[in-house]
Design a binder for this molecule. Structure first.
Ligand SMILES: [Zn+2]
Length: 245
């Protein structure tokens, strides 16, 4: 059979224990809300995605530059070939008969041929660079695709977690409202004010004779007062409401 409890004892116990219960809800809501915030940030923007996009943009720039350099090199070779053709036409066309003029043309044709070989080397170099830029662009595009696929998988998991957490927060908020309704209004005010000031933790358990929040050793006499729970007792160091459990 239960020993008869004095009404005062019951009332006081319910004051601190109902605050403690309220805090259990609030801490769970805080945790869920913080995780929801994290999820929102992840879903809104991913660093990996931004990096992959940046890499692709750079690769596309390189490719554009390489294509343009390749085109220029091609045009230079074509132009040089046309010049050589024109010179050779003059040289072998029979219209120029003066030996000195023919010799000049011969030298000019040789000079043009030498420069053509330089231009062809440059074209070859431009082709190699173009192929490298195409490879770089392909690799960047593949990486972006992989990143997007990975994110899609990750995002699906996060969205499922988000839904669960939102449901949990809704349920906890209802339970919290019930707990708050059964708490004295001035106690509730003290509790809310302490939570605001002290990082969300207003009620500290006494564990092994110490305040579990700040570690202060609780004197035996204070511990008795807390256990008796006639009133709300506060930790003299951190100011939190002490609860003996
Ligand atoms: Zn303390």
């Amino acid at each position: 059979m239960r020993p008869p409890a004095t009404p005062l004892y019951n009332l006081s116990m319910s004051r601190v224990s109902s605050l403690h219960r309220l805090q259990q809800f609030d801490l769970k809501i805080d945790r869920a809300t913080a995780r929801l915030e994290e999820i929102r940030a992840i879903l809104e923007g991913s660093e990996a995605l931004a990096r992959s996009r940046q890499k692709l943009a750079e690769a596309e720039n390189h490719l554009r530059a390489a294509r343009s350099a390749h085109k220029d090199a091609e045009l230079a070779v074509e132009g040089q070939r046309t010049k050589i053709e024109q010179t050779e036409q003059k040289l072998y066309g029979g219209t120029v008969k003066n030996p000195k003029e023919l010799q000049d043309l011969q030298q000019e044709a040789e000079a043009l041929m030498r420069y053509l070989s330089t231009l062809e080397d440059r074209l070859l170099e431009a082709m190699v660079k173009l192929e490298e830029a195409e490879e770089e662009e392909r690799a960047a595009r593949d990486e972006l695709e992989r990143t997007e696929q990975e994110l899609a998988r990750e995002h699906n998991a996060l969205k499922a977690e988000q839904q669960e957490l939102e449901a949990e927060v809704a349920r906890l908020s209802e339970e919290r409202a019930v707990a708050a309704a059964s708490t004295q209004s001035d106690d509730l005010q003290t509790y809310e004010e302490l939570r605001r000031r002290l990082g969300g933790l207003a009620v500290a358990m006494v564990e092994s004779g110490s305040c579990s929040a700040c570690g202060l050793t609780i004197s035996a006499s204070l511990l008795q007062v807390i256990r008796r729970a006639d009133d709300l007792s506060r930790c003299t160091q951190c100011g939190r409401i002490l609860y003996a459990g």
